[in-house]
Design a binder for this molecule. Sequence first.
Ligand SMILES: Cc1ncc(COP(=O)(O)O)c(C=O)c1O
Length: 486
Amino acid sequence: MLETGAVEGLPELARESHGAFNSLAGVFQEVFGFPHMVPCTEGRAAERIWTKIHVTTGSMVPGNMLFPSTRYHIESNGGKVVDVISEQAYNLYSDDPFKGNVDMAKLEAAVRDAGPQNVPCVYVELCVNSCGGHPVFLKNLREVKTFLQRQGIPLFLDASRILENSYLIQQREEGYRNRSIHDIVRETCFVADGCTLSAMKDFLVRQGGFIGTRDDKSYQRAYILGFLDGTQLSSPQLAALEVTLRELTRLDRYTASRVEQVTGLWRQLADAGVPVLRPAGGHGVFVDTTRFLPGLTADAHRPEALAAYVYSISGVRLTPGPPLTPDQSARGIELLRVAVPAHRYSQAHMDDVARAFRLALSNKDRVQGLKKLEDSSRARFDPPLFTREPKGEKEQPAFSHMGQIFFKRAEELGSRPFLKLQRGSRLEEVSWMDFASMVRETILGLYALGLQKGGFERIREIPIGWKDPIHHSLRSAHAAKDHPFF
Ligand SMILES: Cc1ncc(COP(=O)(O)O)c(C=O)c1O
């Protein structure tokens, strides 16, 4: 017999009769205030559709250091992105509370230079990823809107991080301390003409994104494009989004604890002397790798080198943040992003990350530079592959090869005495060879406790703060190959 549930669950073209769609549309309007929404598979799909509708060849879109996928979609429709973010966004250590703000003078100049007729929209990202997760003031959004209204230009938001942005407004902007997140979300959207957003960040779903708009014509086009593009969601996915939108935006504690977790990690790293961008952002902590690794030059790929080192000593995996904007590169900025997914990790995980960074900081001379592997078959947007700097003058001092040196030397010196051990009242001589086997046994003991060949992720099960020569001999021994570790 035909399972009717399966048929009803499929995406539909005729939305009027689609129960899950209409139900979600009601909640979306209640939460964000936009009368129309188009649910999509991801934020990227929403951006692709939305920019296809609004951005034309030769146009110019001012933005506040937009997320790379937004930038990509604007550019792929023939538009040019001009950064009009506040100057404070480039000052990594000032305590300005709203570094994601649009600089009004830059915006006005960009619109004047391009001509308002060539500016199809202004895009503002909330909690700007590229500069450290910094928020945008509501006051600033209103100023932007007032200016754009006079020019007849719509204001669109990348609202993927609207919850964190609303929390930071509540905490930092005058007059919002007693307002709920739900209120601030609505007030933020009220200023805008439309938005795109990924629901996979704050709304905890595995798939989902939205376009929100007040414009009926754009809505109709976006809906059909979503159908043609194949980016519609099934009924169960729509139903899941309805629940998370309704529940999470009403639960101030949810957003507060998410941002407080990030702030807690930020504080631990700042207190340890890790050069983190100030002030704390909404969704991650950003490390200034130029200051962290003064011994390496920019061509040693400091962010990736630090990420690789932290991973090798702790199993904590970090991703260098979004690619830098041209203005950031021109100012020599380099960042490693410690992104914290919402409500996935416990305090113990955060403590692990902080410990890994403290260890990396105290061993920063051991962080080895990386070299990019050129591979012409990889596309422009593929993440690059790296290898360690080849041996030679750029090689770090040999401490990381101490294990190898030790075992080699022990082999050469064989039965010659290495040290004396007290056994009861006797002093017993231990040869190089014997001492080397004691070290081997210790390593094998660790292996038996759970470390496996190649399984360095599991090193986090050993206290990270452990003095780590053993750790290094493990790695060098591993490289020597004639045993799981040696
Ligand atoms: C600010 C921002 N905008 C857009 C996107 C793209 O969203 P998605 O991953 O759902 O395509 C992301 C994803 O990380 C994001 O952080």
